[in-house]
Design a protein. Structure first.
Length: 129
């Protein structure tokens, strides 16, 4: 069984860019790469605030699917500047707090993301029982 997951605050993303923020297939929830854009699709300028917004966007998809960060089994992140990695980890640790349920994590450096000014993109897979 497949179910598209689109939180109300992300309907504009689905309409404008033609993709689902999340797709539940069986017990797995696949979350499209989330970035530090607000509900008006404006890039958040401050680094830390942009990282927080990216995690908040992941959280919106998880919540809409009835899940939490404890359900995330894999996380892949794309970074335009790996020198920001410690700040990113500091923000990540505010959201992924259960040390008994840590996801796998792959961090990748990339020269650019989909919109100018974006610093990180977070893609996750969650397992829902």
């Amino acid at each position: 069984m497949r179910t598209d997951i689109t939180p109300p605050a992300m309907r504009n993303i689905r309409e404008r860019f033609r993709y689902s923020p999340g797709v539940r297939a069986g017990n797995f929830l696949y979350i499209a790469g989330q970035v530090g854009r607000d509900e008006n699709l404006q890039v958040v300028a401050d680094k830390e605030a942009q990282f927080v917004q990216a995690f908040e966007n992941v959280k919106k998809v998880l919540t809409e699917a009835g899940a939490t960060f404890d359900d995330v089994v894999e996380m892949v992140t794309y970074h335009t500047d790996l020198r920001d990695l410690q700040l990113f980890i500091d923000v990540k640790d505010r959201y992924i707090t259960n040390l008994d349920r840590l996801p796998t994590w792959t961090g990748i450096g990339t020269p650019a993301l989909a919109m100018p000014g974006l610093l990180v993109e977070i893609k996750c897979t969650a397992y829902l029982e």
